[in-house]
Design a protein around this ligand. Structure first.
Ligand SMILES: C[S@@+](CC[C@H](N)C(=O)[O-])C[C@H]1O[C@@H](n2cnc3c(N)ncnc32)[C@H](O)[C@@H]1O
Length: 395
């Protein structure tokens, strides 16, 4: 610690400049309705996803109880999370396979982690596979997949019954991913070290692909524990280059003839990489695809930059006690149908969300249920060149 003191102080100073604050304590953002003494965002809880390919939620709860942790049941509001002690844990209110612990805990050396029974994955990062919700036996593409946390989650949802085609440009990250997937007990996947932009949507191999998860390279600006690099926050030019790549890759994904449902996600907080990308691509593909109004009770919605943007989800340490994240779910319109979609989430998720909404007096206000609205069609956009400098966070 002492050895790194100067470097740590320099990083702290840089963080304060970046966040435009003078005092260390100003880096802590108070959570509305949470009294002093409780831990506060931007600390986020330690989320533990149970790998249901190897074990069950009940078995993992029993294991932690035997380790001396007290299980408090299913969370009902954000406030429950903020008052967790280091010896208590909860079940998440939205995701049925997610446990929540105190932020200071680290389970990287825990037996369950090393044996692949649990995955240490932020809640926001668990949403894309959960919201894609592929049916058993279906074919799925994970277009920018490494290091594979979302691929292993997809395999768990599929119960290894189906086929995941996972692509990534980076061979080192794919190697790590391969080890991780073996440890997780996933078997229903095929890895390809290939630029997704070169994959032929009309290749008969992908004829049965109905689901696509697209989590492309982004600025990573939503990651809580990531300090800004020497270059500071991303410039507008860099954001535009990233957005150009993201538009291209999303456009490519929508060209697969059998795709019915697609999740687009980033761990960026910048609208250029999020709402703007979705808006631009829907201007081109709005006749065939529409946004799905997912998790209506989720407190943080897409920025109001276009009609229907409230169907998108945002996440942040302050409002959802997670890393900063963005998610849009698109589905193919049935022929001749121009109406906006209502949620087609698993019943369990909707029931959880509804009960959380009813009981979460202290949580941020629930999103207004979106009225039927369609995303207008507009002229096609020109795709900008892909960037090769994107930060690729395995989140
Ligand atoms: C945000 S990371 C994906 C994290 C991953 N989904 C997970 O949950 O573990 C983005 C990934 O996209 C990959 N990538 C970037 N450009 C790509 C392209 N043109 N084709 C395929 N993969 C690409 C990067 O190498 C990186 O591993």
């Amino acid at each position: 610690m002492l050895k790194h003191r100067a470097r740590l102080q320099a990083e702290l100073a840089r963080l304060k400049v970046w966040k435009k604050v003078n005092r260390n304590e100003d880096l802590l953002v108070p959570v509305p309705g949470v009294s002093p003494g409780m831990w506060q965002a931007p600390q986020v809880p330690r989320y533990v996803r149970v790998n249901t390919l190897k074990t069950s939620v009940e078995e993992v709860i029993d294991y932690f109880k035997r380790q001396g942790y007290a299980y408090l049941g299913k969370a009902t509001s954000m406030k429950d999370l903020c008052s967790l002690s280091e010896k208590q844990f909860l079940l998440d209110l939205h995701l049925p396979d997610l446990l929540i612990f105190h932020p200071q805990l680290d389970f990287h050396k825990n037996y369950l982690y090393m044996a692949g029974h649990i995955v240490l994955q932020d809640k926001a990062s668990c949403l894309p596979a959960f919201l894609l919700n592929p049916s058993l036996g279906s074919h799925v593409i994970d277009a920018c997949a490494a290091p594979g946390n979302k691929t292993s989650h997809l395999a768990a949802i599929l119960k290894n019954k189906g086929q995941i085609f996972a692509f990534d440009l980076d061979i080192m990250r794919l190697t790590t991913m391969s080890t991780m997937l073996v440890r997780a007990g996933a078997t229903c996947y095929e890895l390809a070290n290939q630029d997704f932009l070169t994959v032929d949507p009309y290749d008969p191999k992908y004829r049965e692909v109905k689901y696509i998860l697209l989590d492309p390279s982004c600025s990573g600006s939503g990651m809580v524990n990531r300090l800004p690099g020497p270059e500071g926050p991303p410039s507008l030019e860099r954001l535009q280059a990233l957005a150009g790549f993201q538009r291209k890759v999303l456009t490519r994904a929508l060209r697969f003839p059998g795709v019915q449902r697609l999740v687009y996600s980033t761990c960026s907080v910048h609208r250029e990489e999020n709402e703007d990308v979705v808006r631009d691509v829907l201007q081109e593909y709005g006749a065939a695809f529409r946004l799905v109004n997912v998790l209506p009770s989720w407190p943080q919605r897409g920025l109001a930059t276009f009609l229907g943007s409230e169907y998108c989800l945002r996440a942040s340490p302050e409002e959802t006690l997670t890393n900063g994240f963005f998610i849009a779910v698109l589905e193919r319109k049935p022929e001749g149908d121009d109406a906006a979609s209502s949620s087609i989430l698993p019943v369990e998720a909707e029931a959880s969300a509804a009960s959380a909404e009813a009981s979460a007096a202290s949580a941020a206000p629930a999103a207004a249920a979106a009225a039927a609205s369609t995303v207008a069609s507009a002229p096609a956009v020109a795709a900008a060149p892909a960037t090769k400098t994107a930060k690729d966070l395995g989140n």
